[in-house]
Design a protein around this ligand. Structure first.
Ligand code: ZN
Length: 72
């Protein structure tokens, strides 16, 4: 998913794996948003859970996507 940094306003991409990892972290830690770190300025931007879910509609709690793309 594409994210626009709240601080320096530059866009950067969050990989599908990173989106899934973020959703898993949100689920396990009962967070309301995810902090994505900007590669340009290093500051974190809040990413809404809804936006992450839209970017990864196949994500489900408890599912782990391994690096080869297969679901365990
Ligand atoms: Zn930035």
């Amino acid at each position: 998913m594409q994210i626009r940094c709240y601080h320096c306003h530059k866009p950067y991409a969050l990989s599908q794996e990173a989106v899934h990892a973020a959703l898993t972290q949100i689920h396990e830690e009962k967070l309301h948003h995810f902090n994505a770190h900007c590669p340009h300025c290093g500051k974190s931007s809040h990413i809404a859970t809804d936006a992450l879910k839209r970017a990864a509609p196949n994500w489900k709690p408890g599912e782990v996507i391994s690096e080869d793309g297969k679901q365990s």
